[in-house]
Design a protein around this ligand. Sequence first.
Ligand SMILES: [Zn+2]
Length: 133
Amino acid sequence: MKKSGFISSILKNKCPRCRKGKLFKNDNPYDLNKVLDMQDNCPVCGQRTELEIGFWYGTGYVSYVLAVMFSVLNLTWYWLIFGITWRDNSIFHWLIVNGIILTLSMPVLMRLSRTLYLTFYIGYDPEAAEDRH
Ligand SMILES: [Zn+2]
């Protein structure tokens, strides 16, 4: 099992079981009406995406953790490029910039949290992709 395949399949919102099927009907997360419009079953291996009714409520925690991690990342590069001190308003400037970036990234983070959440429950099955071909 390649680690890179694991990471890239999550980033591309691929089915965690076969890593080939797309979980979302629309490739563009910024088509906001369809941002969480998922396939009921993986088009490649048939894996069900919503494992039980209300399954996706748990993704709230995942997206929260993702948002915090993403903010830390933003803090790091902002600090390196612009510098942040307590003596002026730079921390507030960062808060504003981070808020804007987080808002703009939300559709991507929301999708990512669903893919990650499903990945917690479903393991990779290399044979699943071949079953239906
Ligand atoms: Zn699949």
